[in-house]
Design a protein around this ligand. Sequence first.
Ligand SMILES: [Zn+2]
Length: 200
Amino acid sequence: MKPLGLSLPAFGRLLASLERLPGVGPKSARRLAHHLLAAPPANVEELLEAVRSCRERTISCSICHALTEVDPCPICTDPARDMRLLAVVEAPSDVEVLERTREFRGRYHVLGGALSPLNGVGPDELYVSDLVERAGGVEEVILATNPNVEGEATALYLARRLKPLGIRVTRLGFGLPVGAAIEFADEVTLSRSLAGRREV
Ligand SMILES: [Zn+2]
């Protein structure tokens, strides 16, 4: 939607860029773009530099695939974490959410998504094989995939792979709204869900 009579290609390009961000529709893109144009140059530079530096420094942990600035990540190398417990999540952002509950003292394994045959995502597209390897040394694997169709299918598949290895496999308990994503769960709900985990 180009405003009539105005030719602002650079502004249009910024709008298009912002609209590609999750949760940003045309209206918020426009508001953000105007804000960025009016903001002091130093603030805009700081934002650009923060994005650039974050992109450069943040890598994926070679063990758990969570985001980190050192490899292996501080959680994987923390001797105080319970090595007998492994929480399996879909995305790196889920690790942050679970950490915020301060309830979980084990380690993590990020799958990098959920099984979705229709979209061509099978076990080989996710970090499944190294999960099976890692799980050899743990007592309990908590499947903390999202409570939606793909997340449930992924949990079911992983349970079938892990249980024959003699590992206790549990799934987050009730309290999480079906169809939702862990990412948006509040800490209290997630803590309850962890406490109420059930064997699968
Ligand atoms: Zn790690």
